[in-house]
Ligand binder design. Structure first.
Ligand SMILES: Cc1cc2nc3c(=O)[nH]c(=O)nc-3n(C[C@H](O)[C@H](O)[C@H](O)COP(=O)(O)OP(=O)(O)OC[C@H]3O[C@@H](n4cnc5c(N)ncnc54)[C@H](O)[C@@H]3O)c2cc1C
Length: 346
């Protein structure tokens, strides 16, 4: 039995490590373009110079897993075309290639490792008084702006977006914006235009799905994410499970919070399938959102089970401790194949 896991982000590593434990007689191969495991939730730390965001991928994966460092060009029926010119057969595929990070030319995408590293180098070279513009008022944009402003108080930091922290409750959002103002961040409401390039422009706008699924003929949603049934199986190919940012899972949003349990659930279902047992529909509730605001501050927002924010949130140092624990917990999940989550309402 040949199982291939496409992509070694949060979703793919959880799935692969869990499968290594659960399906003893299968040959498990992970295909990933880089030798590094990227902790995407820490890329703003890497950019600002306050932390790192990579681990050797081999160390994150179980020793029983074979690792192929290349990208998948096409998903065929039982065979993958790889960008190194080789092909790789599979009986079961776990599709977990994440989302892409395309930024306009001249801007640096926050969500990609190479672009984040280039942004870090550029930021380090900026002289006092230079201007950094962060494009995107979602949680990632807010994290980047506050991290850069904390680490480089000698720079002018702007954040541009049509709205800021829209997924938070109004009082939590106000706290986040107050912290940004205290850090001297210039909050600019409106759509960013190309004439607003500054000394460094950081792109923190939500990524698109990779075109791999669509160009391989897998059924996708309108955003190019693989359409799945309730058990996380592709609706067009029963030998493919899709998880994380590259899967169209009803009720999910692009997040590590969803990617980790989906990785665990897909591995469990695949193991059930091989054992001739009944698979379980995937079910999870979001529990909240965590926004880091530098290394010593954060806002932790709780949510109803349908991901709508409650009025409960807290911030400050306790928030920063919890956010750090969440990031460490995500890496622990990736390494061990364990994931903790709250199931959705019946
Ligand atoms: C700065 C930042 C902060 C964030 N903070 C949070 C947070 O606090 N909480 C939260 O829940 N979420 C957060 N997110 C979102 C979260 O990081 C993503 O939703 C999560 O990484 C998705 O996991 P994934 O495994 O689906 O994809 P990824 O982690 O993106 O992994 C995909 C993997 O597939 C590989 N790949 C891509 N194409 C191919 C191919 N063709 N062939 C083989 N492999 C391929 C990639 O190289 C990568 O290793 C944040 C994101 C950013 C950028």
């Amino acid at each position: 039995m040949k199982i291939v896991v496409a992509g070694a982000g949060y979703a793919g590593t959880v799935a692969a490590n869990r499968l290594a434990r659960k399906v003893a007689d299968a040959q498990i191969t992970v295909v990933n373009p880089s030798t590094e495991f990227v902790e995407r939730v820490r890329l703003h730390e890497l950019i600002a110079g306050s932390g790192t965001a990579t681990q050797p991928l081999r160390d994150v994966l179980d020793d029983r897993i074979e690792l192929r460092i290349t990208a998948i060009e096409k998903v065929g029926d039982g065979v993958l075309t790889l960008s190194n010119g080789e092909s790789l057969e599979y009986d079961k595929l776990v599709y977990a290639v994440g989302s892409s990070n395309d930024a306009p030319e001249g801007a640096y995408a926050v969500g990609g490792l190479e672009t984040a590293r280039a942004a870090k180098a550029k930021l380090a070279d900026l002289t006092p008084g230079s201007t950094v513009t962060v494009v995107g008022g979602g949680l990632t944009g807010l994290e980047v702006a506050s991290e850069v402003a904390t680490e480089r108080p000698d720079l002018t930091v702007r954040i541009v977006g049509d709205e800021f922290g829209a997924s938070l409750s109004s009082s939590a959002r106000e706290r986040v914006l107050d912290v940004l103002r205290d850090l001297g961040v210039d909050i600019v409401t409106g759509m960013w235009t190309p004439d607003e390039f500054t000394d460094l422009t950081l792109w923190a706008v939500a990524g698109q799905a990779d075109t791999l699924a669509a160009r391989s003929g897998l059924a996708t949603d309108s955003a190019g994410r693989v359409a799945v049934d309730s058990c996380l199986r592709s609706t067009s190919n029963p030998n493919v499970y899709a998880i994380g940012d590259s899967a169209s899972v009803p009720g999910a949003r692009l997040s590590c919070q969803a990617a980790l349990p989906q990785g665990a659930a897909a591995a469990d279902n695949l193991a059930c399938d091989l054992a001739g047992q009944v698979e379980k529909p995937f079910s999870m509730s979001f529990v909240g959102q965590n926004v880091s605001l530098g290394r010593k501050n954060a806002v932790i927002q709780s949510a109803h089970r349908n991901d709508v924010p409650t009025r409960i949130w807290f911030g400050g140092r306790p928030g920063a401790y919890l956010k750090e624990a969440v990031c460490r917990g995500a890496l622990w999940s990736a390494r061990t194949g364990n994931a903790l989550w709250v199931r959705g309402p019946k």
